[in-house]
Design a protein around this ligand. Sequence first.
Ligand SMILES: NC(=O)c1ccc[n+]([C@@H]2O[C@H](COP(=O)([O-])OP(=O)(O)OC[C@H]3O[C@@H](n4cnc5c(N)ncnc54)[C@H](O)[C@@H]3O)[C@@H](O)[C@H]2O)c1
Length: 376
Amino acid sequence: MTRKIAVVGVGKLGLCFALNLERSGFEVWGIESNHDYLEQLKTRTFSSSEPEVDSLLSTAKRIQFTSDISVIVDEDIRDVFIMVATPSLPDGGYDHTQVERVMSMLEPLGSAENVRYVYVGCTTMPGYCNQLDDRVKKLGYRVSYNPEFIAQGSIVRDQLYPDQVLIGEANEEAGKRLVSIYDAMVLNTPAYCRMDPLSAEITKLATNCFLTTKISFANSIGDLATKAGADPNKILAAVGSDSRIGGKYLGYGFGFGGPCFPRDNRALGKFADLQGYPLHLSKATDVVNEEHLAFQLDQQLQASNEDEEIVFEGVAYKKGTTQITESQQLKLALALVKEGRRVKVIDRQEVLDQLSELYPGKFELVALDTIQQVRD
Ligand SMILES: NC(=O)c1ccc[n+]([C@@H]2O[C@H](COP(=O)([O-])OP(=O)(O)OC[C@H]3O[C@@H](n4cnc5c(N)ncnc54)[C@H](O)[C@@H]3O)[C@@H](O)[C@H]2O)c1
C-alpha cells in the first residue's frame, strides 16, 4: 500500500518538498491555510519562480491539497511534516506562533494508542521541538526536527541531492521513519546525521553561522586587499585552494543576505545569549557584513561621477531568485540613492513590482524581459 504523508504549509519550501515526495511514489496531502493560494494549487494554476515546480505540479497525480487538517485522521496518515513560516522576532529569536497554531489543530485529533510522527521542517529556536514533544506526547504525537538545507532558486534540486539529512529524532522509530522517507526521495547518498532534536536545532543554525562567517571573512580580506592595492580575487582563490578551507562561499562580492543566512546567524547569537554563553562570532559576522556594505558604497561613489547613472543588473539577494529580503545588492542601491545618485535596476517583473511598492520613485525600473527582447 502506498505510504501517505501530510505536509502542513505548502509555501516556498513545503510545496517543493511535497512535490518531491509525490515524485518518489508517496501519496501526499498538502495542507494549506491560505485560501486563494490553495485554490491555485488545487486547480494547478499556481506559477512559481522556483525551477521545476510548475512542471511537477502540473503532472503530479498522487498529491491533493486541502485546508482541512482532519484529513490526517480520515486518511490515517502517520507522518506529518510541518513547514509553516517562523518569522524572526525583533530580538533575533524565532516566532513559533504558526507552528503552535498547527499543533493546536492537531491536538484534538490525537490518539495515544495511534502514534503520529510530526517532523518540524521550519527553522526553530533550539529547545523548541523538545518542549513541543513533551507537551503533545501524551496526545499521541512525537515531535522531531528535520530542517532543509536548500537555497532559493534550486529548492527542488537541493532537496533531491542533499549533502546531509539532518534528523533530530524524538525516538528511534521517528528517526527510522525519516530515513526511509528520505531514502525513497533523494537521488544521491547523503550523510544521515541523526541526533536529539536540540542538537539538530543547534546544527542547523551553526551550519548557516559558519557560512556567514566564511562570507564575512572573505569580504574582509577582499576589502583589505583592495585598500592595500592587492588582488582580492587571486588572494581568495589561493586561500580557498587549500583543502582545509575550500573555495565555496569564499568569493569576493556582496555580503550575505536572503531569508535564511542573516536570520539563522542572529538566532544562534540570541540562543547563545540565553544560555549565558555569548557567541561573539555571530555578532562580529553581522558587523563585518555592514562594514563591507559601507566599503562597497565608498568604492562605488569614488568610481562614478555624480551625474552618472549607476546600473544594477539584479537586486535580488541571489541571482536567479526574486527574493529581496535582506538583499545586500538592494541595500547598496538604496544607499547610493540616499547619496543623491541615480540608480537604474534591471530585473524580473516580480522584483520590480516589489520595488515599486516598497520604494516608489527611488529607482528607474527596467524589466529584464524587455532587455532580453531588445537583445534577441
Ligand atoms: N524558503 C527557504 O528558502 C527556507 C530555507 C530554509 C528554511 N526555511 C524555513 O522553512 C519554513 C517555511 O518557510 P517558507 O519560506 O516555505 O515559508 P512560506 O511563508 O513560503 O510558507 C509557509 C506556508 O504555510 C502556510 N500556513 C501557515 N499557517 C498554516 C496553517 N495553520 N495550516 C496550513 N498552512 C499554513 C502559509 O499560508 C504558507 O503558504 C520557515 O521556518 C523557514 O525559516 C525556509
